[in-house]
Design a protein. Structure first.
Ligand code: SF4
Length: 343
C-alpha cells in the first residue's frame, strides 16, 4: 500500500492519520509483518489491527544457492500459489544484490525457449505481492547472510516469471511503492522493466514520466522466427514493436535495452547480425547478449563460446553498443528463462 492508502485505511478505522505513516515505516523500512512488534503503536491499536487486518509478506519455502553466489527463492503467496525470485550479486559492489521479481504466476505468452512459458498461466500478481517478493527476499537474505544492511538489495529487475505489461496497473503501482523514499526507496534508475514486446504497454510506459529502464526481449529480427520464439510477436510484429520503441524514445529520451537470447543454430548467424544492425543502429539502444541457458525438455541449445564471441564481434563491428551478459545462476535453474512455478 502507498502511504496515503494506509493513512486513509487508519482513518477509516477511526484512528489518527499519522498511525498510517508509522505502520508504513514498520512494514516497508523494517520488514515487520506483525502488528504486535510495532513498538510505537499503543497496545490497544496493535490488538485491534491484529484482529481486523493482515500484513502478508510471501514466505520463502526453499532456497537454492549457485556456485556464483546467485540465490533463488521459492515464495509462497497467500493462496498457496508459488513464484520464484532470483538474487544476483552485483559485480564489483560488495554484498549488494539485484532482485529479479515475478509479475505473474506462470506466463500467458508461452515463449518456446522458456520454462515459465511452458508451465502455463495461473494468475496476475497484485502490487502487494510483487512488493512482497522484495520484502520477503530481503528479510531472508539478511537472515542468511547475517547482514542487516538496509540497502542489501539495491536494484530490482522485472524479469522473473510473467509478462509485466500484461499486468500493467499492478506493476506500475508496485514501482511507485518500491521507489517511495519514505519506504523501500529503490531509485527509479535502479529499476528495470522487461517486456517480450507488448507494444501498447511500452507506449503507456512512455507517458508515465518514470526514470526506469525499459528492456525488450528481442531474440530475433525477422517475424517468422520471432513468431516461433515469442508468440506475442503475432499480435505485435517487429514493425509495430519498433514504432512503440521509437515513440518511447521520443517521449523519454531514455536509452532502451534489447535482450537477445543466443540459441545455437537458430538466431546467431551473420544474416541475423546484419538484420539487427540495420534495425537498431539508428537507435539509442544497448544490446545485451545472453547465451541460452538450457531447459530440461526443450530442444534449444547453448552456443559454443566461439560462436558467442563471433556473433558479439559481428554486432560490435557493425556499430552496435553490445554487451555479453555474464551467466549467473545457470547451475540452479535461476538464469533467464529457467524459472517455474512448482506446485
Ligand atoms: S520469456 Fe518472459 S514473456 Fe516469454 S514466456 Fe518466459 S516469462 Fe513469459
Amino acid at each position: 500500500m502507498k502511504i496515503l492508502e494506509l493513512e486513509n485505511y487508519l482513518v477509516s478505522l477511526g484512528e489518527a492519520k499519522f498511525r498510517g505513516r508509522q505502520i508504513h515505516k514498520w512494514i516497508y523500512q523494517k520488514g515487520i509483518s506483525s502488528f504486535y512488534n510495532m513498538s510505537d503503536l499503543p497496545a490497544y491499536l496493535r490488538q485491534k489491527l491484529s484482529q481486523s487486518s493482515q500484513i502478508s509478506i510471501p514466505r520463502v519455502l526453499k532456497q537454492r544457492l549457485s556456485m556464483d553466489g546467485t540465490r533463488k527463492f521459492l515464495l509462497e503467496l497467500e493462496d498457496k500459489k508459488r513464484v520464484e525470485t532470483v538474487l544476483i550479486p552485483q559485480a564489483g559492489q560488495n554484498k549488494r544484490y539485484s532482485l529479479c521479481i515475478s509479475t505473474q504466476v506462470g506466463c500467458p505468452v508461452g515463449c518456446s525457449f522458456c520454462a515459465t512459458g511452458q508451465s502455463g498461466f495461473q494468475r496476475n500478481l497484485q502490487a502487494h505481492e510483487i512488493v512482497g517478493q522484495f520484502l520477503g527476499s530481503k528479510k531472508e537474505l539478511q537472515k542468511r547472510l547475517k547482514n542487516t544492511d538496509d540497502k542489501l538489495i539495491s536494484h530490482v529487475v522485472y524479469m522473473g516469471m510473467g509478462e509485466p505489461m500484461l499486468n500493467y496497473d499492478e506493476v506500475i503501482k508496485s514501482i511507485y511503492i518500491l521507489n517511495d523514499p519514505k519506504g523501500i526507496n529503490i531509485g527509479q534508475r535502479h529499476i528495470t522493466i522487461s517486456t517480450s514486446g507488448e507494444a501498447s504497454g511500452i507506449e503507456k510506459l512512455a507517458s508515465e514520466n518514470l526514470q526506469v529502464t525499459l528492456a525488450i526481449s528481442l531474440h530475433a529480427c525477422n517475424n517468422n522466427l520471432r513468431d516461433q520464439l515469442i508468440p506475442m510477436n503475432r499480435k505485435y510484429p517487429l514493425k509495430r514493436l519498433m514504432q512503440a520503441v521509437e515513440f518511447y524514445l521520443e517521449q523519454t529520451n531514455r536509452r532502451v535495452s534489447f535482450e537477445y537470447i543466443m540459441l545455437d543454430e537458430v538466431n546467431i548467424d551473420r544474416a541475423d547480425a546484419d538484420k539487427m544492425i540495420n534495425m537498431l543502429k539508428p537507435m539509442l539502444a544497448n544490446i545485451n547478449l545472453i547465451p541460452y541457458n538450457e531447459v530440461e525438455g526443450l530442444s534449444y541449445k547453448k552456443p559454443s563460446p566461439q560462436k558467442v564471441a563471433q556473433f558479439f564481434h559481428y554486432l560490435s563491428n557493425g556499430g552496435l553498443n553490445v554487451t555479453l551478459r555474464e551467466e549467473r545462476g545457470g547451475d540452479i535453474e535461476a538464469a533467464c528463462g529457467q524459472l517455474r512455478s512448482p506446485s
